[in-house]
Design a protein around this ligand. Sequence first.
Ligand SMILES: NC(=O)c1ccc[n+]([C@@H]2O[C@H](COP(=O)([O-])OP(=O)(O)OC[C@H]3O[C@@H](n4cnc5c(N)ncnc54)[C@H](O)[C@@H]3O)[C@@H](O)[C@H]2O)c1
Length: 230
Amino acid sequence: MKLNSYVNIPLPTLKRYPVYFGLLKECRDNGDEWISASYIAGRLNLKSIQVRKDLSCTGVVGKPKKGFMIKEMMDALAFYLGEGNLSDVLLVGVGNLGKALLGDRRLTRHGFKIMAAFDVDEALVGHDVVGLRIQPMEKLEELVRRMGIKIAILTVPEKEAQPIADKLVKAGILGIWNFSSLFLDVDCEVTVINEDLGSRLALLAGRVTHGKGCEDGPPATKLGSLSFNK
Ligand SMILES: NC(=O)c1ccc[n+]([C@@H]2O[C@H](COP(=O)([O-])OP(=O)(O)OC[C@H]3O[C@@H](n4cnc5c(N)ncnc54)[C@H](O)[C@@H]3O)[C@@H](O)[C@H]2O)c1
């Protein structure tokens, strides 16, 4: 399978790939082998032309009347999403948000698995939360190295975020999904995605105020329950 280069995929398209991947996985698990762009569009409340355009960016070619081979398309999307070889992640900070993420089945649907969770709170360490034994911070470096984990979810208070990010990077983490509102200072080879929910709401409020719809997804009124991060 000859795939297009990652750099040629537009960002708005890349942002829709996890949603496609989740749906393809569901269909594959139901025993389907083929999927059409119009079916995907119907399920996700998108336009067929948009779905076709997004999927054609991968370089995978569909078959007339059959659509795309699910396995082939999943392999392609996994390549762009880093799923498969980067599916194991860890979480630091098992508070309100951390617990919610540990129990969020949507991560699993996208092929990700939280393999380890860390906290400093003695009331949590050594106990199970959503079936996972919470580890002390002292074990972080060793476990990251031993398990070869490259992605971390950071759900700690803002003032703790930078020192923990430093520890994560030192241990070999290459991607941080940062829920604190602090902009982390990390080496340029480390990717940080900031997920400050308050800023998101402010962005939404600004867009609503200025009557600006969604730029890279379907019209705002059709967004439904999908979330395309900006
Ligand atoms: N709760 C939300 O809905 C929400 C929403 C958006 C953003 N956030 C942000 O996410 C972060 C977590 O929020 P929360 O509500 O879950 O907070 P929380 O206080 O409930 O949980 C924070 C957890 O981090 C742990 N922690 C503190 N210092 C640590 C350290 N040095 N090493 C490891 N663990 C440490 C605490 O023991 C606690 O379990 C905050 O930065 C917050 O601003 C939270």
